[in-house]
Ligand binder design. Structure first.
Ligand SMILES: [Zn+2]
Length: 360
């Protein structure tokens, strides 16, 4: 580039930088953490939490204004109180938990918004970062953005609904986080038109059916559809809910034609987590042995996996199963079949049961 052109470009870049900085300085401060936007009333929440105050949610229908009330209330921690109509027989109440996005949605169908005028929604701000509420026809919809994963439960008493946002480990003794490898824009291994992300999802959704039939175990899933989930969010879910076990489901593949004969099951563990009697190695061994036994696949044993982000970051016994090789024609055919996917899911389910039986 000639000198004159360089000068002109330098000037242009300087101007661009100046305007960019001006633009940034004028923007309202919004804090972004782990991909979520924390609302501007965060400070208010923090103050209310420190004071142990009960928050009165006013002007709920038009906006999300929060007002503090200093009076003591008998409301327990993490509880929100909402008035209910006297005639509550047509009432339909639903609490939905989008835990990956930390959003709890409460919907009360058959609600009359005038109820809130003399008896506003009140509650403690524990766990809550932001609240929004609106009427959708005759349904009152309240959404809570929470700091951590919570488990909503509710009770109806004295003409009110008491919604409680619980810590998962306060209500569940056994928690497992199941991770279907890859997803969304990241297909994982690709062989022909078969994507690893689709097969791992199918196996995990069969596993979900088994786990849903067992009320002694609470399972959380990093994904149950074809969506992008970051590695950070996968490990963070397991750590946030204080899971007893973290199981990630993957499939293998080798690129070279000469390796097309390679098949079998292997499981990765964290070789750096050796403390305690229930190590990542021991859990991975339970998973691998069960898969090999139930699938009749070749046993490729255990592999060190500390270099893999989710294995390294998880605070609990973690196993990453590479169930089979998509690059092996025979094994791929099996992995694509519903029957074999169900077998994989059943083996994983039995491995989880075995681990819990052994006291994980
Ligand atoms: Zn994978």
């Amino acid at each position: 580039m000639e000198e004159e052109v360089v000068k002109r470009y330098t000037l242009l870049i300087s101007f661009a930088c100046f305007f960019l900085m001006l633009f940034l300085a004028m923007m309202p401060t919004i804090e972004i953490q782990a991909g979520r936007i924390i609302a501007e009333n965060k400070e208010k929440w923090e103050q209310a939490k420190k004071k142990d105050a009960i928050v009165t949610y006013e002007n709920f229908i038009s906006d999300t204004k929060v007002e503090e009330e200093t009076t003591e209330s008998a409301l327990p921690e993490g509880t929100i109180r909402i008035p209910l109509p006297e005639e509550s027989k047509d009432l339909v109440i639903e609490a939905e938990n989008d835990y990956m996005n930390r959003v709890v949605t409460l919907t009360i169908t058959g609600f009359d918004e005038s109820l809130l005028e003399g008896d506003p929604m009140i509650g403690s701000p524990d766990h809550i970062m932001d609240v929004s509420a609106y009427m959708d026809g005759d349904a009152f919809v309240v959404q809570f953005l929470t700091e951590d994963v919570v488990e909503p439960t509710y009770e109806i008493e004295d003409g009110h609904l008491y919604l409680k946002l619980n810590n998962p480990w306060d209500i569940y003794e056994r928690i497992v986080v199941i991770d279907a490898g890859h997803g969304g824009r990241l297909p994982g291994m690709v062989v022909g038109n078969t994507y690893e992300k689709d097969l791992t999802l199918k196996i995990v959704n069969y596993l979900k059916e088994y786990l849903e039939g067992n009320s002694a175990i609470k399972a959380y899933y990093t994904r149950t559809t074809d969506v992008d989930i970051s590695l950070y969010d996968r490990a963070e879910l397991a750590n946030n809910v204080h899971a007893n076990l973290f199981l990630s489901v993957h499939l293998n593949a080798l690129a070279k034609k000469s390796e097309a004969g390679t098949n079998g099951t292997m499981t990765l563990y964290d070789e750096d987590k050796t403390e305690g009697e229930h190590t990542s190695y021991d859990f991975a061994k339970i998973v691998n042995d069960m898969l090999v036994e139930k699938l009749g696949s070749k046993n490729r044993g255990l592999t060190k996996g500390h270099d893999i982000y989710i294995i390294r970051e998880a605070n609990m016994p973690v196993a990453l199963a590479e169930i089979g090789f998509m690059s092996n024609k025979k094994e791929l055919e099996l992995l694509k079949s519903d029957e074999y996917q169900q077998k994989c899911a059943h083996a994983l389910y039995l491995a989880i049961l075995k681990a819990f039986k052994e006291g994980y």
